[in-house]
Design a protein around this ligand. Structure first.
Ligand SMILES: C[S@@+](CC[C@H](N)C(=O)[O-])C[C@H]1O[C@@H](n2cnc3c(N)ncnc32)[C@H](O)[C@@H]1O
Length: 480
């Protein structure tokens, strides 16, 4: 009796186990079929990606990196963002301290960017055509931010302690530590870009480069291209470029990103044009409107960029013969005063008849607007001087490639003059943190530029370089 009972009990347990196992098998089957379906979907979309981009036939030519990328595309669609640096910056700034806060601060700064072989089989192929451009956008990672901290409000050094939203600034401390610099493209050698006017330190990982195209990237030029001449305030009549000798080009003091900003002779067109509908030529809208000729200052040492200026002025010359050009003096982007260039000199230097009168109309909505603290920051720019001792030491530095026994050489900068201009650029923008500026203004300030180690101190409105000596081979990042 007992034996029969235990046998029935065993049977019952066995049945229970079998049913549990059946359930598990069912679950496993479901899992397997989901996995198979997902895999099939991946294969299908992989094939469609390959065939859409015409790469199916080339698949055998893909290097492992590229095949991996195709996989990543799919992954990207699913929200998995993976980026691989296309190269690393080698720059005249070994550390953050003393690195300009924006590229326009120091036009003499130099860097190279070598495209990684791991990204393209032939990196130089990826650069074909880029030499037709003078400037490139560099999208990079602030890899030396120390810790990944960011706040919704930041205190940009320019605002001397005031807080603004991080997205109204170019602060390196932001979620997704991405930087964006408009650099001058000096030349391309094989797989290497030679850049100037940069604000990135050595070792900065670069994620992408794109050509700077004012027609796409600058709203004011866009306005000039498409809707220059307005029938009435706010309206616009598209002007076909074939009607004009040169498409009109307007520079409107864009501070951070426009390479025209520091060029003397840029023209800002302030007022309104009207278009005579019959003759298709501009006529004056307002009696006392003025044309504003900007940035005669040459503090960056650049020559006027003819195609920025001439396009506008040829339009002026073409359409307006007896007008009055009013040259207004205005501050340059970094707040420095423009050089003393009289109206007559300005007009003459731009090839515009003095006494000509012009009014130009632009769709105001297309002109860019910039926060006032960019153009009128609460901190002023500093005058920069060198002690004779520092100047003598700087003068010992040799250009790259030139070796003189016992004398240091630069790796990027072309000689002492360029270095002096770069040092002036860095210091006149006051590179100190707000803390140092306000709490310990008389502390010595050090930074490395190329192979030079620079020591200076600050007064209320000046910076003085007191020592320039060869930098140690490895610069240590100082802390504030
Ligand atoms: C204010 S950010 C502006 C960078 C860029 N022009 C932008 O608007 O995104 C420039 C500063 O970033 C810092 N910096 C440059 N390269 C960096 C890097 N790789 N990692 C962290 N900070 C960097 C330097 O101190 C430099 O003065």
């Amino acid at each position: 009796m007992v034996g029969t009972c235990s046998c029935a009990q065993n049977l019952k347990e066995l049945n229970q186990q079998i049913s549990v196992m059946r359930k598990e098998i069912k679950n496993l089957r479901q899992l397997i079929s989901t996995a198979v379906r997902t895999h099939q979907k991946h294969v299908a979309s992989l094939q469609s990606v390959l065939s859409n981009s015409g790469q199916l036939g080339e698949r055998q030519h893909m290097n492992p990196r590229q095949s991996e990328r195709v996989g990543q595309n799919l992954s990207l669609e699913q929200g998995n963002i993976q980026t691989v640096p296309i190269g690393y910056i080698s720059s005249c700034f070994p550390a953050k301290n003393g690195t300009p806060r924006q590229p326009t601060v120091c036009g003499q700064s130099r860097a190279t960017l070598k495209i990684e072989q791991a990204v393209f089989n032939n990196p130089q192929h990826a650069l074909i055509g880029l030499d037709h451009y003078s400037h490139v956008w560099v999208i990079f990672l602030f890899h030396k931010n120390g810790h990944l901290s960011f706040k919704a409000k930041v205190k940009p050094p320019r605002l001397n302690g005031q807080r603004v939203g991080v997205y109204s600034t170019r602060s390196p401390h932001r979620p997704n530590a991405l930087g964006l610099t408009l650099a001058r493209l000096e030349r391309i050698e094989g797989d290497t870009l030679h850049l100037s006017g940069i604000d990135m330190i050595t070792g900065t990982p670069v994620l992408d480069i794109k050509p700077y195209i004012p027609e796409y990237d600058s709203p004011s030029v866009r306005a000039g291209m498409g809707s220059t001449i307005c029938p009435e305030m706010g309206g616009s009549i598209p002007v076909s470029h074939t009607e004009m000798e040169d498409p009109p080009s307007v520079s409107c003091m864009e501070t951070v990103d426009s390479p025209t900003v520091s060029l003397p002779g840029s023209v800002v067109l302030e007022e309104k044009w009207s278009l005579d509908s019959k003759e298709q030529r501009p006529v004056l809208l307002e009696e006392n409107s003025s044309l504003c000729v900007l940035s005669a200052g040459d503090h960056m040492g650049h020559a006027p960029q003819a195609d920025t200026v001439v396009a506008t002025l040829s339009e002026i010359k073409r359409y307006i013969s007896e007008s009055d050009v009013v040259a207004q003096r205005a501050g340059a982007e970094d707040g420095t005063a423009l050089s003393d260039c009289s109206k007559a000199e300005l007009c003459e230097s731009q090839g515009v008849q003095a006494g000509a009168r012009a009014e130009l109309c632009f769709d105001e909505a297309s002109l860019s607007q910039v926060a006032s603290w960019i153009r009128e920051p609460p901190i002023s720019s500093l005058s920069v001087r060198f002690t004779p001792h520092a100047q003598r030491h700087l003068d010992c530095f040799q250009p790259p490639g030139k070796r003189v026994p016992g004398q240091p050489s630069f790796r990027f900068l072309r000689g002492p003059e360029e270095a002096a201009a770069a040092i002036r650029g860095v210091l006149c923008a006051d590179p100190r943190s707000v803390y140092r500026r306000t709490r310990c203004p008389d502390r010595l300030f050090y930074f490395s530029l190329d192979s030079a180690h620079v020591t200076c101190w600050f007064g209320s409105d000046f910076a003085e370089v007191v020592q320039v000596r060869p930098a140690e081979p490895t610069a240590v990042e100082p802390t504030d």
